[in-house]
Design a protein around this ligand. Structure first.
Ligand SMILES: NC(=O)c1ccc[n+]([C@@H]2O[C@H](COP(=O)([O-])OP(=O)(O)OC[C@H]3O[C@@H](n4cnc5c(N)ncnc54)[C@H](OP(=O)(O)O)[C@@H]3O)[C@@H](O)[C@H]2O)c1
Length: 271
């Protein structure tokens, strides 16, 4: 079994692509295996290419073992014809482009047969992403392993049984970091309503979300429900708040409605 693709071309080294490239090299992908296509490389990417010997915008058009697409959806019309020659029968195409289906990518890159469509989230930029992906039937065992290792370099990775689940994943982990930021804002705003100064309110809210998330990470064998129960004395202050948060129109209902709206929008936008 081949540990890494012998040649990998990354198309688009912005926030997500750039973070992935750094994660891959740190995880052991040989720098000589990687080439990056990026019209406006950031200083970090230019420095990375220079210091580690990664090819930046090489002229060669030989199809690689793997082509990773990390461009914005609106750039795909322009970029697809530029890279079509790189997608050959043995090339695995891994796309993290939001909303672009495998059928769409296949039509644009007709030379390739094996496609993986993945949905990461922004904490991938600090190596703490959550990504779920769907593989077309043509993706072989080596190619699956490459995806697991490459995406695993920037966080947790899960396979999906059907491509349609990507829309639900988008609604949960793709958009999810924003929900946690919104929760932090809501907690800070509630603190102000209780009479605390603005700066202190935000410090308390941020610190609480950060600390609780870290605690949950360290206590990974304990369920969130148990962690919640551990800090909830019967008849106490936390119980008083949770009675409101968990009532019929409370947090569970709100999160179900919010994520249903996100999934519906993801399905509408997919194509
Ligand atoms: N950020 C997220 O949380 C997230 C989550 C899930 C999926 N995604 C998906 O990940 C993809 C990348 O997102 P991002 O946040 O990393 O965007 P980004 O920072 O804008 O990165 C996209 C990069 O592609 C470059 N590019 C444009 N035209 C190109 C070309 N002809 N050849 C090669 N590269 C080209 C862009 O360069 P310019 O700056 O010059 O345009 C930019 O550096 C998007 O499709 C997004 O849907 C992102």
């Amino acid at each position: 079994m081949k540990e890494w693709p012998a040649r990998l071309v990354l198309v688009g080294a912005g926030k997500m692509g750039g973070a992935m490239a750094i994660g891959w090299l740190d995880a052991g992908l040989p720098a000589s295996s990687l080439a990056i296509r990026e019209p406006k490389p950031s200083p970090e990417i230019a420095a990375l290419a220079a210091s580690r010997g990664v090819a930046l915008n090489p002229q060669s058009a030989a199809p690689p073992d793997m082509l990773v697409l990390a461009i914005k959806p609106q750039n795909l019309d322009q970029v697809a014809p530029e890279i079509a020659a790189l997608a050959a029968g043995n090339t695995l195409v891994l796309s993290i482009i939001a909303g672009k289906t495998i059928a769409n990518l296949q039509a644009r890159l007709p030379g390739a047969r094996a496609f993986v469509r993945a949905m990461p989230n922004t904490p991938a930029a600090i190596g703490r992403g959550v990504t779920a992906a769907f593989a077309s039937a043509e993706v072989n065992a080596d190619q699956r392993r490459w995806c697991e290792r490459l995406i695993g370099a920037v966080g947790a990775f899960f396979w999906l049984e059907d491509e349609g689940s990507i829309d639900a994943v988008t609604a949960i982990s793709g958009s999810g970091p924003a929900y946690v930021f919104a929760l932090t804002e809501a907690l800070a705003s509630a603190a102000e309503k209780l009479g605390l100064p603005r700066d202190l309110s935000m410090s308390l809210a941020r610190g609480t979300v950060e600390g609780a998330a870290e605690l949950m990470r360290r206590e990974s064998a304990t369920s969130p429900a148990t962690l919640r129960q551990n800090v909830t004395s019967p008849g106490g202050t936390t119980a008083a708040a949770l009675a409101v948060l968990k009532d019929a129109r409370g947090l569970d209902d709100l999160m179900a409605r919010a994520t249903a709206a996100a999934r519906a929008r993801a399905t509408e936008m997919a194509g």
